[in-house]
Ligand binder design. Structure first.
Ligand code: ZN
Length: 268
């Protein structure tokens, strides 16, 4: 199998492969608390492993897909009470992402997918890809696991997609992450109810979960220490490797599909 990890190639090998590359994946995670049962690297780990597996799936389809080194710091200010969490300001984070994209574009990698596995990065990444398009005319795509598998998550009736809960813990299990299931907790299970009980601004129409797609107003992030003792939002005790495998299979297939679609187009 040809090498799919950008950082393992020499610059000469990179120069040779750039023209035949259907897409380059840019994994983005965070370094932040994931309850008592998962490591700080969880989002970065999921982004990296998912990207690599999708690149290998794309190879099986005859495509060359590369994976860039993972950006393992993100926008995590609302987790910062928990020891070990490291956060970038949204402004700096946007600029880091733009610099990564500019560098790749300068060397001819013009079809990119940002593979984001941390919800707190989503708003800043949306700004970044739009700014990059305005600046360069190049349309970078943003892929996020809770969106790419949202129909499967609903079908499986997982108890929510917020933070370190059933779905994320299941996905981490399926990817071989270190998960201490004996320390998994159920905390702030109903985020909206918890917010209201703590006396913070609340509305029945606010969106508290990545799967809730009704009419809504958006609240800001909650400072996690104010609503959850363990750092989990949801029920991590319901997680299983089997559930995670179903989510993961969907994610690998669909991210490979995205690469295949990009590979059919001429560079912008
Ligand atoms: Zn996470």
């Amino acid at each position: 199998m040809p090498e799919h990890r950008l950082w393992k190639l020499t610059w000469e090998e990179c120069a040779e492969i750039v023209k035949s590359t259907a897409a380059i994946l840019v994994p983005i995670g965070s370094t932040e608390q994931h309850g008592r049962h998962m490591p700080l690297e969880t989002d970065a780990y999921v982004a990296t492993r998912w990207s690599e597996l999708a690149a290998l799936e794309a190879q099986k389809r005859g495509l060359t897909v590369l994976v860039a080194p993972t950006l393992n710091f993100g926008v995590s200010w609302y987790h910062r009470h928990f020891v070990g969490t490291v956060s970038l300001s949204p402004e700096l984070f946007i600029n880091v992402v733009l610099e990564i994209c500019r560098s790749l574009t300068n060397h001819g990698f013009r079809r990119k997918v940002i593979v984001n596995c941390h919800g707190g990065n989503a708003a800043a990444l949306t700004v970044a890809i739009n700014r990059f398009y305005d600046e360069t005319g190049e349309r970078v795509l943003l892929g996020q696991w809770w969106e790419l598998a949202s129909d499967i998550l609903k079908e499986m009736m997982v108890s929510g997609v917020i933070h370190a809960e059933e779905a994320e813990t299941s996905l981490a299990l399926a990817l071989g992450q270190r998960v201490l299931m004996n320390k998994a907790t159920r905390d702030a299970f109903d985020r909206g109810k918890t917010v209201r009980e703590r006396g913070y601004a609340w509305s029945r129409h606010a969106k508290y979960d990545a799967m809730f797609k009704g009419g809504f107003v958006n609240p800001p992030m909650d400072k996690i220490e104010e609503i959850s003792e363990s750092g989990v939002i949801g029920d991590a005790t319901l997680a299983t490797e089997e559930k995670g495998k179903r989510i993961l299979d969907t994610l690998i297939t669909r991210l490979a599909d995205v690469c295949e679609d990009l590979g059919r187009r001429e560079p912008a």
